[in-house]
Ligand binder design. Sequence first.
Ligand code: G6Q
Length: 545
Amino acid sequence: MTTDSNPRSLTQRPDWLALQRHYQEIKDLHLRQLFADDPTRGERLTIETPDIYLDYSKNRITDETLRLLINLANACGLRERIEAMFNGDTINVTEQRAALHTALRAPRGESILLDGVNVVPDVHAVLDRMAFFSEKVRNGQWLGHTGKPILNIVNIGIGGSDLGPVMAYEALRHYSQRNLTLRFVSNVDGTDFVEATRDLDPEQTLFIICSKTFTTLETLTNARAARDWCLQKLGDQHAVSRHFVAVSTNANEVSKFGIDTDNMFGFWDWDGGRYSMDSAIGLSTMIAVGPDHFRAMLDGFHEMDEHFRHTPFERNMPVIMALLKLWYNNFFAGQSVAVFPYCQYLKRFPAYLQQLTMESNGKHVTLEGANVDYQTAPIYWGEPGTNGQHSFFQLLHQGTRLIPCDFIGFQQALNPLGDQHDLLMANCFAQTEALAFGKTESEVKADGISDWLVPHRTFEGNRPSNTLLLEQLTPKTLGLLVALYEHSVYTQGSIWNIDSFDQWGVELGKMLAKTTAEELQAEAEPRLAHDSSTNALIWRYRRLR
Ligand code: G6Q
């Protein structure tokens, strides 16, 4: 391994320049050719762990591409960066913190030292408290203020305190206790709260206020709305302790809000919001599916952590997936990545990935604060298959853009219904084939298509994709999948030399909204000092509301 410790621009590194030259050589190579040249390609360019099979053969790469990409990863010190993350080094430099989410799924008994203190016992102590509480709710022992059992759980949180929990609940709904109703409220738009609670009985409703900082505008506003809604019916302040629990790192603010800190589940500043669905932020998940399933999900995360940490890059799934994305992003000028779970339960997975990937790697300066001269995170988007096939897949097949795709499928259906799972998976495989190989002009002509229609019916192909095949959607495989993308994000961030764990880009809008809210609500006409557009919008809104 040759780590280049001399910091210089990524794009000046010999390994980057070698990739640029290589790109010129192979950019027009067609997947049809690559497959024709090597009949074993479809089995060779794969990685298999006990639970996931990755087929990355339908990518526009040769063995040389992989070798050069891995050289780049080595030169950028990826191995050391991985160790730094697992060891709790301050890799979130702008917030001066570790990013130790891997400790959240470390088995009991393992030791991970942060500033000389083993964090694993604390992690398990919180998990045990969560399990105790979850069981009480699940078996009807946790009673509301009027003595009735809880049947409705409303998670109030936003961003990392919402997207992970709602994605995991939807993904694991099959395993959930069906007499419980789970709802998720995030938006400060009152509609979110009103629609989520309109058919619920406050006497049987528990609110989980999920906020790492416990100062987030949307969450605190919705939490106050929830308290009013509850107290309107229950009439007694004491009801709060039976109907509200908090997940936070800020005990002070939690108790100021009126929630007993005995009903608070903690986590730590070394765990970033978008990396926290496996911490106490996942309390709603645990209540829905039970502690055993939650722990199985953690086992899945941990299995992928171990794979990422210990497997040579050539066979390392998160690393290979990251390098392939980087290849299109930085050399083919690809601008987006699409993710298609062929699984209805994973309908919120693309939204979850959007935050994970774009909040983590949507950065324009390096760790040292210098402007980058290369693209960082592409735009992530997606929908479950087969739905997307009937809307935007047209653009994937015949549009003018190169959009690498990840297809995710499962061997076993959770809801077998006739031959529907076969049809689902047939579509998944067929799409990757159509994207890669297309349909040539002569093939179209051979179908007897009129000449004038031939260009419209031709598919140029050569559109890359990965296919991830897993046995079945289970808590464990969900953990594996999420950790796979987490580590892929970190791999890319390490090569781009950016901080994948901060999110300063969300601050400016938040700050401006505070002043603007005061101006919208002021009794007297405010003196506005915005630009002419913002001033006019504020005047108009005040006049017409
Ligand atoms: C995630 C971000 C962000 C955060 C929300 C909610 O990595 O930090 O999405 O999760 O802003 O923050 P709180 O949990 O502090 O309310």
